[in-house]
Design a protein around this ligand. Structure first.
Ligand code: SD4
Length: 329
């Protein structure tokens, strides 16, 4: 193991110095050949905050060779990002003014752990990992998840809203109307999927969920198969956007199963969006959802319902923010 690790470390370090970084504009996404897409290791994350998260994940992968550590540590950056109002305790609260968090982590061998509707925990992704590694269960929710966090020595945080969240909550209370705004406040969840040099895969997903949701509402992010799914035999997928629309089609599991049947990651993401649009047709103009996928050859894909979804992609050649294509133009 140490030999493999030091080899991985050396080879990654050698190339990481040469990584160019930048932003691909809409239309440039996926114009590269299939061959150039096929890169291992590879890390993809949703949205622009995926860039610093991927940077951290890449650094951990280079240093340790451990992809599960990488996807956990990567999204922890976003959980602490005070500018992100959809991830972590600084996220926008539910309609009672309480931030409640959802997270999941999964390995390609089928191991997984998730927490839902958990309060006062700064790093729900680490709690999800403890569920995976320290319990016989897959999912803990609400007060039970919080008690488990205390038992595991996680510090409990005050439930004071971040200044920005407090301001927006006060504004929201004036009318108390719930209407998600496409690509804004409600869509900043981070989903991260990665494949290492040996073809092993892992993923993580963490969110404070929809702003001003009903107390107790759980989205797709902690639902294995909806917000995240990873299978070393086939590939990995993660989702962002209106969780209800993603749960209805078991989005991430659907994408992995489509890849199992021979679709490319891009084709699988597009088919999942087609299905999501069909199952949510009534409100589709107000629903944003986006998917990311990787297959076991290191090819990747992304697709969204509406324009505006982007994602961060890090491999040995580049670290870039890419605009996803979408169903509606
Ligand atoms: C949810 N999928 O709770 C999350 C929200 C989200 O980017 O993705 N925001 O429904």
């Amino acid at each position: 193991m140490s030999n493999r690790r030091s080899f991985l470390k050396t080879s990654l370090l050698g190339t990481s110095l040469m990584l160019p970084s930048g932003i691909l504009k809409a239309g440039e996404a996926f114009t590269f050949s299939k061959k150039s897409q096929s890169q291992k290791p590879l890390i993809l994350s949703t949205w622009e905050h995926g860039m610093p998260a991927n940077d951290r994940a890449w650094e951990v992968l280079v240093q340790s060779g451990n992809l599960v550590d990488a996807v956990e540590e990567g999204v922890k950056v976003t959980e602490l990002d005070m500018d992100n109002l959809s991830v972590g305790l600084q996220g926008l609260p539910d309609r009672e003014g309480i931030p409640t968090l959802d997270a999941s982590i999964m390995k390609g061998d089928g191991s997984c752990g998730t927490v839902a509707f958990v309060r006062q925990v700064r790093h729900p992704i680490s709690l999800a990992r403890r569920v995976m590694e320290e319990t016989p269960h897959v999912m803990l929710a609400g007060e039970g998840a919080r008690q488990f966090a205390i038992a595991q020595g996680f510090p409990m945080e005050e439930e004071t809203l971040s200044p920005k969240a407090e301001e927006m909550y006060k504004e929201w209370k004036v009318e108390s109307k719930y209407k998600p705004i496409i690509n804004i406040e409600n869509h900043d969840t981070i989903g991260m999927i990665g494949i290492d040099a040996n073809g092993k895969m892992a993923g993580s997903c963490t969110t404070s969920g929809l702003a001003f949701k009903m107390h107790g509402r759980v989205g797709d992010s902690p639902i294995i198969g909806a917000g995240l799914y990873v299978d070393d035999e086939v590939g990995a997928a993660t989702a962002t956007g209106l969780g209800e629309s993603i749960i209805r089609i078991c989005g991430s599991f659907l994408i992995v199963e489509l890849m199992r049947q021979g679709r490319t990651p891009q084709e699988a993401c597009e088919e999942a969006v087609r299905r999501l649009v069909a199952k949510n047709s009534k409100d589709i103009k107000d629903i944003q959802a986006g998917f990311l996928a990787i297959n076991k050859d290191g090819e990747s894909g992304a697709f969204a319902v509406h324009p505006g979804f982007n994602f961060a992609r890090h491999n040995q050649q580049e670290k870039v923010l890419v605009d996803s294509k979408s169903w509606f133009k």
